[in-house]
Design a binder for this molecule. Structure first.
Ligand SMILES: NC(=O)c1ccc[n+]([C@@H]2O[C@H](COP(=O)([O-])OP(=O)(O)OC[C@H]3O[C@@H](n4cnc5c(N)ncnc54)[C@H](OP(=O)(O)O)[C@@H]3O)[C@@H](O)[C@H]2O)c1
Length: 242
């Protein structure tokens, strides 16, 4: 399935995996609708894409807010494919992390994406559209409690959405493990290097992912019209060990 003349919504298109996915989709001819919370960052990315000759627009939207999500989807005519990067990260177990931290992680991952799926579903154009969400691999319940619940919930959500959307459209997820992206902007450079080394030693393939290896999975899921309800791990095999 070609992306030429298709409209692709990227929730979180201003940074990291979303930004790389947006650029790759635009290079294949897609028209982009990008979102993010930070207006300045989003504006900069839309300008950069437009100057590169791509067709792109940006709307500030916070996936944690019902009104913001509803206003965004009410304001667009429709789309062919959507990818969502909504979600964050957290550390700590079910007993060791704060209750509020666990609650926030589940909200940011499951409920933000569920909110997006429900508002987006009526706007999918006929003719083989899709929604692709983002889970995560490599954490363990005892050190990433809320994140694991959220990631498992995304795997379950896309299975349900796949059946509910069929035959009109498809739903899938990508599950990356620790990757050097701007998500870690709050960490010192030394901590990023140490974390990258730790994951490279843990991941069976002996390194962390390149951003393009992860964004390639979203492109694959958009373009293969016979895959639905699946979560593809782009994790170097990390969940097979440990
Ligand atoms: N990088 C990793 O190591 C890793 C590993 C496993 C899973 N993941 C998952 O991959 C996804 C993307 O991560 P990334 O590494 O690409 O992070 P990133 O570079 O920080 O990009 C996240 C993007 O999503 C937007 N965003 C974040 N929260 C949002 C919200 N509530 N509403 C609307 N937009 C929002 C951000 O823009 P604003 O900041 O302007 O809102 C930004 O454009 C996340 O779901 C994360 O949990 C990442």
């Amino acid at each position: 399935m070609s992306l030429s003349n298709k409209t692709v919504v990227v929730i979180g298109g201003s940074s990291g995996f979303g930004n790389a996915t947006a650029r790759a989709a635009a290079e294949l001819g897609a028209t982009l609708i990008l979102t993010g919370r930070d207006a300045g960052k989003l504006e900069g990315v839309v300008r950069e894409f437009t100057e590169a000759g791509f067709t792109a627009s940006g709307t500030v939207m916070d996936a944690a807010d019902d009104a913001s999500v509803d206003a965004f989807f009410t304001g667009i005519a429709g789309f062919d494919h959507l990818v969502s990067m909504a979600g964050g990260f957290m550390g700590g177990g079910f007993l060791s992390a704060d209750f509020a931290t666990i609650h926030r992680a589940v909200e940011e991952k499951l409920f933000a994406n569920l909110r997006i799926a429900r508002a987006a579903a009526p706007k999918i154009a006929p003719g083989g559209g899709s929604m692709t969400f983002t889970a995560g691999s490599g954490g363990r319940p005892q050190n990433a409690s809320g994140a694991i619940i959220g990631n498992d919930a995304i795997r379950t959500m896309v299975r349900g959405l796949a059946v509910e959307l069929a035959p009109k459209a498809r739903a899938n997820a990508v599950s990356p493990t620790w990757t050097e992206t701007p998500l870690w902007r709050g960490m010192s450079a030394a901590d990023v290097t140490a974390t990258k080394k730790h994951f490279a030693e843990t991941i069976p393939l002996g390194r962390t992912a390149e951003i393009a290896e992860v964004s390639g999975a979203y492109l694959f899921l958009m373009q293969n019209g016979f895959i639905t309800g699946q979560t593809i791990a782009i994790d170097g095999g990390v969940d097979l060990v440990g």
